[in-house]
Structure formats: C-alpha cells, structure tokens
Design a protein around this ligand. Structure first.
Ligand SMILES: Nc1c(NC[C@H](O)[C@H](O)[C@H](O)CO)[nH]c(=O)[nH]c1=O
Ligand SMILES: CC(=O)[C@@H](O)COP(=O)(O)O
Length: 166
C-alpha cells in the first residue's frame, strides 16, 4: 500500500510486548542528514513512548546507507542487542547508483537479520526527490522512523510468542 494511502506513523498498538528490558541499536546514515535525523528522532521517541529505557538505546552513524548492512551486522552480533533499526535516505540521482545502493542495503539487512536471528529493520527511504523524502520523515505521510521502531517492537513480540512454551 503506497504511503499515499497509509500514514507511516499510524499503526495498531494492540498487544505490544514489554520492552523495558530490551536493548536497541539505531543506525543512522550521514547522507541527507535533514531527513535521517528526523527519522532517528521519530524512531527514538517511539521506542521511549512504548517502554524502552534511554540507556537501552544505542546510536551508531554510518557514512551512507550502503554501510548500514555492515553496521547492522556489528550491532546484531552483540549479545546485548535485541534489535537493530537501520535508517537512511537514498535519493534518486542522475545515474543508477541509487538502485545499486537500495538493492544492496535491502538484501544486506535481510541477510543480517536471518543470520543473527534478530529483527533488523529496513528504515531506508528511497525517494525520487527531496520533497518525497521530507514527506516521509515527519511530513504529510508520517515518519518512516516511527514505522521502523514499531516494527522492531512488534517483531520482538512475535519472537517472544514463538519462543514461549505453551
Ligand atoms: N547517494 C546516496 C548515498 N551514497 C553513498 C553510499 O551509501 C555509500 O556510502 C558510498 O557508495 C560508499 O560506499 N548514500 C545515501 O545514504 N543516500 C544517498 O542518496
Ligand atoms: C544515489 C545518490 O544520490 C548519489 O550517489 C549520487 O547519484 P548520481 O551520481 O547518480 O547523481
């Protein structure tokens, strides 16, 4: 469903798990920082709003979205991290470079998530222009960072459900 039809900051909060003891890493790309800082603020505030402790949320910066995969791997391999949220913004340029970045980071984050058996959330905007990015970083379509954080929380809830005994 396109963001036109579903606000990124509107989601069900039924049956969210207790995350007071959960530890999160938030990775932030340093390209398009006006956008990525807004994504970080959204994600961070959602985690706190739904029960995470500030001391249990660690932030890491990467030079660009392409580096999110390796940064996510480094955090996800830590025993004291339960979930990783990867935030970036790759704006369509004149060449196909953005396509290569987007495909690489999407596949890379998926690989890390499956290899480490932990939620690694794809919070990367892939807009055609700056305005589309701003619309999804606290603008008319909500905040992708909000969506990424609530996704991490929900996946931890599913993990808890799956691994709990009857
Ligand atoms: N053009 C954008 C980039 N490019 C940089 C790459 O992500 C990467 O850091 C570089 O290719 C070196 O490996 N990154 C973004 O996050 N957003 C862009 O729009
Ligand atoms: C994807 C980007 O915005 C950046 O790497 C520049 O892209 P381009 O050289 O295609 O304009």
């Amino acid at each position: 469903m396109a963001s036109d039809l579903k606000n990124l900051s509107v989601f069900s909060t039924d049956e969210l798990p207790d995350i007071s003891q959960r530890r999160f890493a938030i990775l932030v790309s340093e390209w398009n920082t006006e956008v990525t800082e807004a994504l970080f603020e959204g994600a961070y505030q959602i985690l706190l709003q739904y029960g995470a402790k500030p001391e249990n949320v660690i932030r890491g910066n990467v030079p660009g979205s392409y580096e999110l995969s390796l940064g996510a791997q480094w955090f996800a391999q830590r025993d004291d991290i339960d979930a990783v949220i990867a935030l970036g913004c790759v704006i369509q340029g004149e060449t196909k470079h953005n396509d290569y970045i987007n495909h690489a980071v999407a596949q890379g984050l998926t690989n890390v998530s499956l290899k480490t058996n932990k939620p690694v959330i794809f919070g990367v905007l892939t807009p055609n222009d700056q305005q589309q990015a701003l619309d999804r970083a606290g603008g008319k379509h909500g905040n992708k960072g909000d969506e990424a954080a609530i996704t991490a929380i929900k996946m931890l809830g599913l993990q808890q459900q799956v691994y709990s005994k009857f």
